[in-house]
Structure formats: structure tokens, C-alpha cells
Design a protein around this ligand. Structure first.
Ligand code: ATP
Ligand code: MG
Length: 200
């Protein structure tokens, strides 16, 4: 039996993960591949609502122990999906009062068993502008220097994930106005070709 691909997509807030991964899933489904995407934050929020959290961006303000429990429940739900490709839209870390908390601690990696790690990145000034322009979300305010720091922490968090699981990391740039190109790079990274879909 061929195992499915579980592709972790990380990127700092506002880099364009959700936009990009939605494009990737549409392309793959158009090519008759069963692909789905789960936003880790949304799955956790569904669980959190049951304990009275009503704001999606309020999740990261919960005590670390509570976040840990919700994280585990989300991992179990995602690991049961049977699509050919499951994209997991998440964060390498969450800025909390106690410091940077890992989005993919070992206990979560052991449940999810990701096959690929993809870091979505962009120029710090583009990320800054995207955060400022997006009025649909309640994102933390930050400077360009802060964004550069977040990009560095993200890389160090992801290299640990790669070592712990033995799965590769690829960095893909989501350049301004180039979502389609970035989506094609994601598809190639996980071993599919577009038009004639086949294993590389
Ligand atoms: P979060 O981690 O907070 O969920 P995200 O990484 O999922 O953020 P999105 O919500 O997908 O980010 O995108 C943030 C904003 O950037 C949106 O307004 C989106 O339309 C815009 N955006 C995404 N990709 C691009 C791109 N390549 N060019 C221009 N704008 C983009
Ligand atoms: Mg998102």
C-alpha cells in the first residue's frame, strides 16, 4: 500500500500560506489527485471553542499546557485523513508570553509523521505589507527587524523537525503577485508534475 504524503507548510503570519496552499490543492484536485488542507489553527480552534475560547487569534494567549493538549488533539484528527496528499498549514513557532513555543514539538511530529516540510517565505517588507493590508485578521504588530528575527527562529525550529523525522525541508518564496508560480514549485517539491501527473 502506498502511504499518503503529509506535507507540513509553515510560514510566519501573513507570508501567504493559506492563499498558496489553497491554490495548490485546487491545482492537484483539478489533476485528479485527492488533496486536502487542514489549517492547524482552525482544527485547534474547533477544539478550543468547546472550552470557551471565541477568538481564533486568542488561541496563542492560552496557557502553554492548554495549547499543548489542543495541539495533540489536532494532530490525532489530521493523522486520520486518507487523501493522497494532506497539507498541514501551520506555524513553526507561536510567540507566547514565555517565549517562542514550537508549533511542531516532538510529541506532535510523532503523531503526524510528516513526509515533507515546506517553508513559505518572502521578502520581509512584503510580509510586513501583507500583514498591514489584511484586515480580516487580528495579527500582532511587528517591525521589519522583528520579521527578520521570526524568519531566523523559524529556520532553526524547522531544522530540528527535519532531524527528528528524517524528512526534507524546502524553502519556497511566495513573491509578490506570484502565487501560481510558488504553487507549481510546491507541487514539484512533493514529487508531482503538472499536466501529466506522475511520480518524479
Ligand atoms: P497566517 O499565518 O496568519 O494564517 P498566512 O501565511 O496564511 O497567515 P494569508 O492569509 O494567506 O497568510 O495571506 C496574507 C495576505 O497576503 C492576504 O491578504 C493575501 O491575499 C496576501 N498574499 C498572499 N500571497 C500573496 C502574494 N504572492 N502576493 C501578494 N499578496 C499575497
Ligand atoms: Mg493562514
Amino acid at each position: 500500500m502506498v502511504e499518503n504524503k503529509r506535507v507540513v507548510i509553515v510560514g510566519i503570519p501573513g507570508v501567504g500560506k493559506t492563499t498558496l496552499v489553497t491554490t495548490v490543492v485546487d491545482k492537484l484536485n483539478g489533476d485528479n489527485k485527492h488533496a486536502s488542507v487542514k489549517s492547524y489553527g482552525t482544527v485547534m480552534f474547533e477544539q478550543a471553542k468547546k472550552i470557551g475560547v471565541n477568538d481564533r487569534d486568542g488561541l496563542r494567549k492560552l496557557p502553554v499546557e492548554k495549547q499543548k493538549e489542543l495541539q495533540k488533539m489536532a494532530a490525532e484528527e489530521i493523522s486520520n485523513l486518507k487523501d493522497d496528499v494532506v497539507f498541514i498549514d501551520t506555524h513553526a513557532f507561536i510567540a507566547s508570553k514565555s517565549g517562542f513555543y514550537p508549533g511542531l514539538p516532538n510529541h506532535v511530529l510523532q503523531i503526524l509523521q510528516p513526509t515533507h516540510f515546506i517553508i513559505i517565505s518572502a521578502h520581509p517588507s512584503e510580509i510586513f505589507d501583507r500583514r498591514m493590508k489584511d484586515k480580516t485578521r487580528n495579527r500582532d504588530k511587528i517591525s521589519i527587524g522583528g520579521i527578520k528575527n521570526e524568519l531566523a527562529i523559524q529556520e532553526s525550529m524547522l531544522s530540528s523537525c527535519s532531524v527528528l523525522t528524517g524528512s526534507p525541508i524546502k524553502v519556497i518564496l511566495n513573491n509578490e503577485g506570484k502565487v501560481e508560480e510558488a504553487a507549481d514549485k510546491v507541487i514539484k517539491t512533493i514529487g508531482y508534475r503538472r499536466k501529466i501527473i506522475e511520480w518524479e
